[in-house]
Design a protein around this ligand. Structure first.
Ligand code: HEC
Length: 131
């Protein structure tokens, strides 16, 4: 499914509008990002970090197949192990769907926690930040 720039902008705008009041309300809770792999379920009110949160989830559950030179059809990681952010950004909604439906990880369906799935989804909804 091709993503058009206007759609990304629209999603980002909607996300910004709906999350702004929550973020502004409790400044004291902003010190430590609450989303960690295996952490509390679906607490994704703060900005998700691609390299600190998304990449470790994909390394743990997907990299052994979705790396350049391996059998899976698209590569979340390059042959040297560095993350391929553009490919992840392009496929992330499909990835969330594949995990939620139990299709992926192909060798261990159900091994991705709800919190990890929520983190991937939040990263998508927050505009696919390169952070
Ligand atoms: C054991 C190897 C393996 C692992 C681990 C794995 N995949 Fe896959 N993945 C595949 C293969 C092979 C395909 C090609 C389609 C097929 O054979 O089902 C695929 C296809 C896909 C597709 C293409 C669309 C679809 O639904 O077929 C998506 C999206 C995907 N994987 C996401 C993921 C995500 C996200 C993870 C980690 C949470 C993951 N995969 C882990 C092997 C794997």
């Amino acid at each position: 499914m091709p993503k058009h720039p206007w759609l990304l902008i629209a999603l980002f705008t909607i996300g910004g509008c709906t999350s702004a009041p929550q973020v502004a309300a409790p400044p004291t809770t902003q010190v430590v990002p609450p989303v960690t792999a295996g952490g509390g379920g679906g607490n994704v009110d703060v900005q998700v970090s691609f390299k600190d949160q998304v990449v470790p989830i994909l390394q743990a559950h997907c990299a052994k197949c979705h790396t350049e030179g391996r059998p899976a059809p698209f590569f979340m990681f390059n042959a040297d192990g560095s993350p391929n952010r553009d490919a992840v950004a392009f496929h992330v909604d499909q990835m969330v769907e594949a995990v939620r439906s139990g299709k992926m990880p192909k060798d261990a369906p159900g091994s991705v926690s709800d919190a990890e799935l929520a983190t991937l989804e939040a990263w998508s909804q927050q505009g696919l930040q390169d952070n």
